[in-house]
Design a protein. Structure first.
Length: 503
């Protein structure tokens, strides 16, 4: 096959618009993971279903997206990264519109599945195209911009979802995707289309594809529904766990022996890539636990509304955006392992600050760790992404990006389930301990016996949840420390991490 000439490099305004289109596309896909979370009561009430049934709006999207993300490498090799990206983003726009127009739960779930299938390839394809579109000396900055969308979008999702559902209608959490996606598609067609990747016609691995759908679906549904079904006390959850384990084992064996696998596991032969993915997944799990637990704690314990809980957590994006270009500029000049270690340990220090939270704390105490946390995030996220993609061959970039995004998405799902389960369990244990220390209110307090009992119960419950929150952050602190140590298992880069090979 004749080699195609490299397209003319983008500069100035064209490069900025191309980069913004790719970053915003990734932003809106990640945003849709969390934007519907706080809107479930509104959706359930509008469609006359129970809140438990309404949670399938979240689960259906997560499952579909999780299935499609690891397929990105195969899709890019078969059809081209640009073609896959443009098709996916147009599909995402179509199904966002149909989700907003839905008038029944069944229709909404079906359209959410297709929205997730469309959104899955956008994450790794936008990352791959960032590396191709930007010149060698600006690739680090491009990945910094892309990485910040992954970090900021899950935080802004609940804020947008709560505000829109409270003040407009839940339908608009899907309609707001349309102008953003239109902008992304227009400028991607105009400036990114010329950077198409080479394609190779390979036979479709139907068995591998079927096994992937089975085990990922079972695992994702188990993680999403486990807490509601009391985990392994439920035969349904136990069945899903068995299917996930057996399905994954069969999938792994098949893909490692198949000549044309649907998922290319050969990227894990690179020690640098494997370590970067593990460290990023562990750190993201600890980071995402905070995203899940803090709003719950503020709303259930401190009386915050969903919107104001979002405001308290949103400060994390300020320093993250400001430090992103600085961190990106340091990637090529310093040992990337040192930068990652600094970023992860800084996040661990912020988690440690939260282990001393009390129920009487003010807004500043809550928002300060969020604000300071942004300082370390670019060093961790840009560093691990650069180390991962810089450790594989140019033809493996799309597969590497897909598997990296899949591992991070799965880590977020595990973090959501495990952190909320741990939070509730620790709250029960703390409640039992504190209840034994409480004494009845003395006579003359102005309250009846029943009123006094209610006051004490409310006090014990508040302090129990606070202690449980502190326990979760102790666990996150330990996870950050382990991840910071593991990064040194990666081989020393010769001179930073050069991503020009992936260009």
């Amino acid at each position: 096959m004749a080699s195609t000439p490299e397209p003319a490099a983008l500069k100035g305004r064209q490069l900025a618009l191309a980069g913004l289109a790719l970053a915003l596309a990734n932003f809106v896909v990640v945003l849709d993971i969390t934007i519907a979370n706080v809107s479930v009561p509104h959706i359930a009430g509008s469609l006359a279903v129970s809140p438990t049934q309404g949670t399938w709006v979240i689960t259906s999207y997560s499952v579909a997206e999780a299935i499609c993300v690891p397929l990105s490498g195969w899709l890019a090799a078969r059809f081209g990264a640009v073609r896959v990206f443009l098709t996916a983003i147009m599909g995402f726009a179509l199904f966002s519109l149909l989700c907003g127009l839905s008038r029944s739960l069944e229709a909404l779930i079906v359209f959410r599945i297709f929205q997730g299938l469309s959104g899955g390839p956008i994450m790794p394809m936008s990352q791959t195209l960032m590396v191709r579109v930007f010149p060698k000396e600006k690739v680090g900055m491009a990945l910094g911009l892309w990485s910040m969308t992954v970090v900021v979008a899950p935080i802004l999702g609940p804020i947008f979802g709560g505000s829109i559902s409270d003040n407009w209608s839940w339908h608009w959490i899907f309609f707001i995707n349309l102008p953003v996606v239109t902008f992304c598609a227009f400028f991607a067609l105009r400036y990114v289309a010329r950077f198409e990747t080479p394609t190779v016609r390979r036979p479709i691995d139907y068995v591998g594809l079927a096994l992937l759908i089975v085990w990922v679906s079972a695992l994702q549904i188990m993680l999403d529904e486990g807490r509601n079904a009391d985990w392994f006390a439920s035969p349904f959850i136990c069945g899903l766990a068995v299917i996930a384990v057996i399905g994954f084992a069969a999938f792994l064996i098949w893909e490692l022996t198949e000549r044309n696998p649907v998922v290319d596991f050969s990227v894990f032969a690179s020690r640098g890539y494997s370590v970067a993915v593990v460290v990023q997944s562990m750190t993201y799990a600890a980071f995402f636990s905070g995203i899940v637990i803090i709003p719950l704690f503020l709303q259930t314990n401190l009386g915050y509304t969903a919107t104001y809980a979002g405001y308290a957590t949103a400060f994390v994006g300020v320093l993250a955006v400001l430090m992103s270009p600085i961190a990106a500029g340091m990637i090529g000049r310093y040992d990337v392992r040192r930068l990652i270690t600094f970023g992860v340990l800084w996040l661990g220090a912020m988690s440690l600050m939260r282990t001393g939270w009390v129920s009487q704390m003010g807004f500043f105490t809550i928002s300060l760790p969020q604000f300071l946390q942004g300082l370390g995030m670019p060093f961790f996220f840009i560093g691990t992404t650069s180390l991962a993609l810089g450790s594989v061959r140019p033809d493996q970039t799309a597969s590497a990006a897909g598997l990296q995004n899949f591992a991070r998405t799965l880590a977020g799902a595990f973090a959501t389930s495990l952190s909320t389960t741990m939070w509730e369990r620790e709250a029960k244990f703390a409640h039992e301990d504190l209840a034994g220390l409480v004494r009845p209110l003395p006579p003359g307090s102005g309250l009846t016996v029943e009123q006094g009992r209610m006051v004490l119960e409310r006090f014990v419950q508040t302090e129990s949840v606070t202690l449980a929150t502190n326990a979760v952050f102790w666990g996150c602190t330990i996870l950050f420390a382990v991840a910071a140590a593991l990064v040194w298992l990666a081989p020393r880069p010769r001179s930073g991490v050069d991503l020009s090979a992936a260009h």
